[in-house]
Write a protein that binds this ligand. Structure first.
Ligand code: FA5
Length: 335
């Protein structure tokens, strides 16, 4: 016998310890204890030993055979019942994965707040298509083809007659075509312009406002917008009206809000002017009333269009409008 039964035992145990999986343990068990296994052969060869040595070696070999048998069985049982590191069975004792809470996008939140303020002031909500006819986006708003005012908004054209709306003002015309005065509506929605920098994105949101009634004046427009700004921000937030031009309003104004970040001192958000332009507004041009068939001798009205992202930038003090659309979940989660 080349190896002693003690050596065979040590070798078998060492191999068992480094066996990586169930199949290797089963193979080892056969290799040592199977019909032609090393231990089995060893026991068979005992008869070839001198008679005086047989009892002791035979006893030791039998004990080792039972010992190894028990070791292999135990190792097999452990592999079958205990999950290994690579086991994909579910450990039910682990804490569960918490579901991520959903959030409304900050721009949606601000749009809802704006709508809430105006609906409390008696305005209804209207909607219109984002892919719009050139007629509603421009012509019915007193901006004929080849009018230089078309250059004010860099337009994405789908075809000669169809555009991605550049503002929410076409909804004014659609509403007036369907309803006769008096009316008060606001219309939130996405608009598109070929424009991109710190305060401009190619897609942004506007909320349009339109009020038509008898004896509506510019003073009413100022009153409504001042109330809106005070409710949206606080009573201390000043706004200023600058004379401006829109073909569909006369007179027209652009309205700036005192920069909430620097309170007028000048910072990155307000391009160091102390003010941020958030609104265009004015008294509805009689030409627009004529296009929709309103009696210009009886009715007057005002309209305004505000940039939702600009309001959100001021409200949340964000200095770069593009952050709202980068889909960075850590940024969006803050609101
Ligand atoms: C208009 O779009 C007019 N339709 C507003 C209006 C409505 C005037 C009714 C009179 C009566 P303007 O191009 O200035 O106007 O845009 C209105 C507001 O949208 C701006 O004050 C600004 O807050 C926002 N805005 C304009 N361009 C962008 C842009 N690229 N990205 C983000 N916000 C913008």
């Amino acid at each position: 016998m080349k190896k002693s039964i003690g050596q065979i035992k040590a070798e078998a145990l060492e191999k068992l310890q480094s066996a990586p999986d169930l199949e290797s343990i089963q193979a080892l068990s056969i290799r040592y204890l199977g019909r032609k296994g090393i231990v089995t052969q060893f026991l068979r060869n005992i008869s070839k030993l001198p008679p005086q040595k047989r009892p002791d070696i035979g006893k030791e070999a039998n004990e080792i055979k039972h010992f190894l048998d028990a070791q292999f069985r135990e190792a097999i049982r452990r592999f079958e019942t205990e999950p290994s590191e690579t086991d994909d069975r579910i450990d039910v004792s682990l804490p569960g994965r918490t579901a991520q809470r959903g959030y409304l996008h900050p721009i949606t939140q601000i749009t809802l707040q704006i709508c809430d303020i105006f609906t409390r002031l008696g305005f209804d909500i209207a909607e219109g298509p984002e892919v719009e006819k050139d007629y509603y986006n421009f012509e019915a708003l007193n901006i004929p083809k080849n009018h230089p005012a078309r250059d004010m908004q860099d337009t994405f054209y789908i075809s000669d007659a169809i555009v991605l709306r550049t503002h929410t003002s076409p909804i004014q015309v659609r509403v007036m075509e369907k309803h006769s005065p008096p009316l008060r509506v606001i219309a939130p929605g996405k608009v598109y312009r070929c424009d991109s920098d710190l305060t401009h994105t190619p897609m942004f949101h506007q909320v349009e406002g339109l009020l038509v009634d008898k004896k509506v004046s510019f003073g009413d427009l100022k009153g409504i917008l001042t109330t809106f700004v005070h409710r949206m921000f606080d009573d201390q937030t000043s706004l200023r009206f600058r004379p401006s031009f829109f073909p569909f309003t006369e007179p027209s104004a652009e309205i700036d809000i005192l920069c909430v970040q620097c309170r007028g001192k000048g910072c990155r958000i307000c391009s160091h002017t102390g003010w941020l332009e958030v609104l265009g507004a004015g008294m509805v041009h009689p030409a627009v009333f004529e296009i929709v068939g309103y009696d210009t001798t009886r009715y007057t009205g005002f309209a305004f269009g505000m940039g939702v992202e600009r309001i959100a930038m001021l409200k949340y003090r964000i200095d770069d409008i593009r952050k709202y659309f980068e889909n960075n979940f850590r940024f969006l989660k803050q609101f």
